[in-house]
Design a binder for this molecule. Structure first.
Ligand SMILES: Cc1cc2nc3c(=O)[nH]c(=O)nc-3n(C[C@H](O)[C@H](O)[C@H](O)COP(=O)(O)O)c2cc1C
Length: 324
């Protein structure tokens, strides 16, 4: 396949695996890159820039194809040394970074000086335009459906993607709600140059997480996600579980007075409990509405091959047949 995204990143298919906390390790990133997509290591899952350098080296030993690193600028309990993380990315020879959360503006000179291409993930057209303005090479447009942080505007991709296509000159990928060839074709039809997936890649053989996580996604329907932390303007879409029900109870009780410390137990340190130990009731971990479309745990190669084959069939048969 050839789009502006495959050309920009030097990849075979316009399919990106978004950064995922405690999921985006070398095993998954290299599997996605080896299958022709763009795998991404999650920078901040590595506790220090030194550990990120090791993870990059490990990924490089597992693939010759391009891969990227995600740097998330979200409110965290302690501010990480971003400049040092960027230095580790540069020294590791990685030339693609997916930024997310706050604007990467402050770090753009450092990225540019290192020859790093930046794809910024954002949830609104105005933020996407700002990313273009500050020199990002591409954007990832995350709709309301997405697992993780959908922002505060609540605009689903059916509207958000055509709006982005009208407004942007740089290439963009559709993110959120995609799990198969139908979603890939839909995204391209709406004006995107490719796709970014999170939840779907979590339920693959190579995702280095506890089997319970994959079972939970396969078992979930499209009715099973919840939005949390809305009052804090840090909304996150997560898979419902008893820890999340408790969190929602606290949010309801505290109303506008909610503070992050009130829900510390349900949001802090949850990822290792879920992803490593498989304790599924621990609290808030990101999951998209697209869980309702995920019914198996294929290898990454099987998944990507199937998506590309299905996309071809949809374009050549289903869509072509509608035309006289
Ligand atoms: C378990 C999980 C963890 C995530 N962690 C991060 C993260 O640390 N940084 C980030 O930018 N996005 C994160 N995301 C968002 C994904 O990169 C991607 O944008 C999103 O999952 C797309 O929506 P989808 O799940 O519907 O495919 C996470 C998503 C999931 C499912």
């Amino acid at each position: 396949m050839k789009t502006r995204i495959t050309q920009l990143f030097g990849i075979r298919y316009p399919i990106i695996q978004g950064g995922m906390h405690y999921v985006g390790f070398a095993e998954l990133a290299s599997a996605v890159s080896n299958a022709g997509g763009l795998g991404i290591i999650t920078g901040l899952t590595q506790k220090t820039p030194e550990l990120l350098a090791k993870e990059i080296a490990r990924c490089r030993s597992m693939t010759d194809a391009p891969f990227g690193v995600n740097l998330t600028f979200l409110p965290t309990f302690s501010d990480p040394p971003y400049a040092e993380y960027i230095a580790a990315i540069k020294d590791g020879g990685v030339r693609i970074v997916e930024t997310a959360g706050r604007s990467p503006e402050k770090y753009m000179p450092q990225f540019k000086a290192a020859g790093i291409k930046v794809i910024h993930k954002c949830t609104s057209v105005r933020h996407a335009m700002k990313a273009e303005q500050i020199g990002c090479d591409a954007v990832s447009v995350d709709g309301f459906e997405c697992g993780g942080h959908p922002g505060e505007d609540d605009i689903p991709n059916m509207i958000l993607l055509p709006r982005a296509a009208e407004s942007l000159s740089i290439p963009f990928v559709a993110s959120g709600g995609i799990a198969d060839g139908r979603g890939l074709v839909a995204a391209l039809s709406l004006g995107a140059d490719g796709i970014n997936m999170g939840t779907r890649f979590l339920a693959t053989k190579e995702a280095p997480v506890h089997e319970n996580v994959k079972k939970a996604i396969v078992g979930a329907t499209e009715l099973d996600t919840r939005l949390v932390m809305r009052q804090l303007r840090n909304t996150e879409r997560v898979l419902r579980n008893p820890g999340v029900d408790k969190l929602l109870e606290i949010e309801k009780e505290k109303g506008r007075d909610l503070k992050i410390s009130d829900i510390y137990e349900q949001v802090a340190g949850v990822y290792p409990k879920v992803m490593v130990n498989g304790q599924m009731d621990s609290g808030a971990w990101s999951c998209g509405v697209v869980a309702g479309l995920i019914n198996d745990v294929p290898t990454v190669q099987e998944l990507i091959d199937r998506m590309v084959t299905d996309a071809r069939t949809i374009v050549h048969s289903r869509l072509a047949n509608f035309l006289p």
